[in-house]
Design a protein around this ligand. Structure first.
Ligand SMILES: C[S@@+](CC[C@H](N)C(=O)[O-])C[C@H]1O[C@@H](n2cnc3c(N)ncnc32)[C@H](O)[C@@H]1O
Length: 212
């Protein structure tokens, strides 16, 4: 998807992916990552997700990246955290307390920008990207985090019945992107609900990716 696609979704309020509270699969399965306070979680393509607030409430340091500036600013507003704002190359960096959000393209984010990452939380990030971009995204994520462990939420449904995003990323595809670097464990598979569930049937899956 081009940036213009996502900016239009945001400006027109077509953000059915945005949930009213932290994702239940995050709160249920975060312990699988065996994090300790002050560990650093990277949330690619974070939107204005309440997952960010919840991760902070667990005592974690959190870094996200998102195209939409208003979404980034809304997160800091609702947390009553006035950010320091700096330009870093093609990205704008918002930072306050334990939260850093970059505004811009994830492909412009470097390992140096990010610093050492303890874990990645991917909800509606890999599945937001079209087929030709997903291998590039997965390789970029591995590169900038040195294959940090991941909690990854995806979908498995018949792509011929409805278009993405969110796209179907079944186990075979997760393996294509990540099996070279990670042991892949299915944590859960349950029927798709929400906006995608209204369009098609299939399974929502949570995966634990452990570096090998
Ligand atoms: C499906 S939404 C998911 C947002 C969030 N993870 C959530 O669960 O609510 C995907 C988000 O990724 C952003 N996005 C898409 N491609 C991006 C890219 N290349 N770099 C940064 N953000 C991107 C979009 O603006 C959108 O907010």
């Amino acid at each position: 998807m081009q940036e213009s696609f996502w900016q239009a979704r945001w400006s027109e309020g077509r953000i059915g992916f945005h949930e009213p509270a932290a994702n239940p699969l995050l709160t249920r399965f975060l312990p699988q990552l065996t994090l300790t306070p002050a560990d650093h979680v990277f949330v690619p393509l974070c939107g204005k997700s309440f997952d960010l607030d919840w991760l902070l409430s667990q005592g974690l340091r959190v870094t996200g990246i998102e195209f939409n500036q208003a979404a980034v600013e809304e997160v800091f507003d609702r947390l009553s955290l006035p950010p320091q704002i700096t330009e870093t190359g093609a990205l704008t960096r918002y930072q306050a307390g334990d939260l850093t959000l970059y505004c811009g393209d994830v492909f412009a984010l470097t390992a140096n920008d990010l610093g050492p990452v303890t874990a990645i939380y991917d909800r509606a990030a890999l599945v937001a990207l079209p087929p030709e971009t997903r291998p590039l995204y997965a390789a970029h994520l591995i590169k900038i985090t040195q294959s940090a462990p991941q909690l990854l939420i995806g979908f498995d449904y018949d792509q011929t019945l409805t278009d993405g995003p969110p796209f179907s990323t079944p186990q075979d595809e997760i393996s294509q992107h990540y099996a070279d670097r990670y042991a892949i464990t299915e944590l859960l598979s349950q029927p798709i609900t929400g906006p995608l569930g209204a369009r098609t049937q299939g399974m929502e899956q949570a995966w634990l990716l452990t570096p090998t």
